[in-house]
Design a protein around this ligand. Structure first.
Ligand code: SF4
Length: 367
């Protein structure tokens, strides 16, 4: 396994005065990157999108957002286990990532001193018992942090125990390792053998990648994708829409097209969550939706499979359409079953970053 670079001062290609400024940011929100990822950055370009992903921005210090913007604590049924949607269980299996995305919506996991308790799974037996008792659960997401930061042996124990439960039909592994350190896959035959062992014809392992930008789809990343396919995994990609990173029609078009060309289905594009430190990264919902639709209009059907969604405390709201006066949202997933599929029609607000900028949700949406 690699050793991440944790100190801005160790990056030779950043000017010294710039590093001193950025240290103020890292006192609040840590810095972490891999040598591989830093090598993809064009440090001579002040607006390099990959640089924006990992190099701190002074505007992160502007007061904005919450530590837990989607109220994940409300759905936490035991340490590291969230049950928000009937059929899906989310397991926070790791509190580590290979790099720290500046816009991370779960950055509270990395800020132990300031925010709350550990949120990682502690009790495997308790998890298995919970799943066995909840027959409505058909699938489990193993995430974090990054699921692939777990040693293969630990990941195998988790997968083996979950997969042997009859009513579990598939598992998703949430990871950004293919962007930050694809060697985790290309150089670990044990990991690939494990995927091959548990991803069966009628019970698959999905690997949900997180490519933000087409430049992250490097030769090594493609090699990792190919090996995962050969091992029997199914691949999907999700990413947030982030200012200065992928908020352009061309970038999204090429991201979707390159993903389709390597056999990774574009799955979700998320509205940037109002998490602490995220002010410089958020794009207004309506602007983001228009960019997303224009990019999709250039794509063929295979490349335009992604949905633009907002992961809100009450559910996943898909942005469906804009008219001159209104914006239309649909519950793609609802935390309360009665809201499933419901349509929300709101008056447009070009300054809106989150659904509450359109509507205040009554208690009935939550209970
Ligand atoms: S990989 Fe995901 S969890 Fe990790 S820092 Fe990035 S956004 Fe956050």
């Amino acid at each position: 396994m690699f050793k991440g670079i944790e100190f801005i001062s160790d990056i030779n290609l950043l000017p010294i005065n710039n590093k001193e400024n950025l240290r103020q940011v890292t006192q609040h929100f840590p810095f972490l990157a891999t040598t591989y990822y830093l090598s993809l950055i064009d440090f001579s370009d002040p607006f390099d999108p990959l640089k924006r992903i990992v190099i701190p921005d002074l505007d992160e210090l502007k007061s904005w957002g919450k530590a837990d913007p989607s109220n994940e604590n409300v759905y936490t049924v035991m340490e590291g286990v969230q049950h928000k949607y009937d059929s899906t269980l989310l397991v926070i299996a790791s509190e580590r990532c290979a790099g720290m995305c500046r816009y991370c919506f779960r950055k509270r996991l990395f800020l132990k001193d300031n925010y709350a308790k550990p949120e990682k799974l502690q009790d495997l037996k308790g998890l298995i018992k919970y799943i066995e008792e909840h027959k409505e659960i058909t699938n489990v997401i193993i995430s974090g942090g990054d699921a692939l930061m777990l040693p293969t042996s630990q990941l195998e124990t988790l997968i083996k125990n979950i997969m042997k439960i009859d009513h579990i039909r598939f598992i998703r592994l949430g990871t950004r390792i293919l962007s930050y350190w694809p060697y985790r896959i290309t150089e670990d035959t044990e990991f690939l053998e494990m995927i091959n062992k548990y991803s069966k014809a009628t019970k698959r392992i999905y690997v949900v990648t997180h490519f933000d930008h087409p430049r992250e789809i490097t030769h090594e990343a493609v090699k990792a994708v190919n090996l995962l396919h050969k091992a029997g995994a199914v691949l999907l990609n999700q990413c947030p829409l982030i200012k200065g990173i992928n908020d352009s029609v061309d970038t999204l078009f090429w991201l979707f097209t390159k993903l389709a060309s390597i056999g990774v289905a574009p799955y979700y594009v998320f509205q940037c969550r109002p998490a602490i430190g995220n002010k410089p990264f958020a794009v207004p919902i309506e602007k983001g939706y228009k960019l997303f639709e224009k990019a999709k209009a250039k794509c063929c059907g295979v490349a335009k499979r992604a949905r633009f969604v907002i992961s809100h405390a009450i559910g996943k709201l898909e942005v469906l359409a804009l008219t001159e006066k209104n914006i239309f949202f649909k519950f793609h997933r609802a935390a309360k079953r009665k809201n499933e599929g419901k349509l929300l029609i709101c008056e447009r607000n070009p300054e809106a970053f989150w659904p509450e900028d359109y509507i205040s949700f009554e208690e009935s949406f939550y209970s």
